[in-house]
Write a new protein. Structure first.
Length: 212
């Protein structure tokens, strides 16, 4: 009986954690409520899907341009946002070291806090655990391009690998847009694109024309 009751109690706790994840994981207007959580007290759901709900919130919060919903948050909540998201991402990679997305969110939080050395390690871990998913490659690419001061040789290698993977994919436009808007990126991009098959090169030129 005691074992059964304990199992029921644990199941109930897990259910409430997952339900909480679904609540914070929907809608822009809930962001202030999410930011009111304490970094010290936040306990993440047990499932990867539940943790992803929290991480998706952090992806919105950590954008270079803050979402409109930030205007509904207090100054204290806004100041707490980056530490909160770093704590959530740290808990996520601790629970799932192979979660490339969690490493990416952790890298973003670390960069926003100016912790470049830690962010580089997290970017590398994201690339190692998710090298072939184009949506993650695109997100890593954009993160690296948004923080040129944090680009060391090892991060440049990650960015180059992501660039090479993105160019022939359906997200090649991400690289084409950067090529058009960032002259400093062009020489490196051309070297990478020239190593691609001729058909891919032609397609990339077409993507560039669409960005002009």
């Amino acid at each position: 009986m005691a074992v059964s009751l304990g199992t029921v109690a644990l199941g109930s706790m897990a259910f409430h954690k997952e339900a909480g994840a679904n609540t914070v994981g929907s809608g822009f207007t809930g962001l202030p409520q999410f930011m009111s959580m304490s970094a010290e007290e936040t306990v993440l759901p047990l499932s990867i899907q539940g943790r992803r709900a929290f991480l998706r919130r952090c992806e919105l919060i950590l954008q270079e341009t803050a979402p409109l919903a930030f205007r509904f948050a207090t100054e204290e909540q806004q100041e707490n946002a980056q530490p909160l998201c770093r704590s959530i991402a740290e808990q996520s990679v601790s629970a799932s070291p192979a979660d490339s997305y969690a490493w990416l969110i952790l890298a973003t939080a670390q960069l926003r806090q100016g912790d470049q050395e830690a962010a580089e390690t997290s970017i590398v871990r994201s690339a190692l655990t998710g090298p072939n998913e184009s949506w993650l490659a695109a997100a890593r690419f954009e993160l690296v391009q948004s923080a040129p001061d944090a680009v060391s040789d090892r991060i440049r290698a990650v960015a180059d690998a992501d660039t090479a993977a993105l160019v022939p994919s359906n997200r090649g436009w991400v690289v084409a847009r950067e090529y058009v808007t960032n002259p400093a990126f062009r020489e490196r991009a051309e070297t990478i694109v020239e190593a691609q098959p001729e058909a891919v090169q032609r397609r990339f030129l077409s993507l560039i024309r669409r960005q002009l």
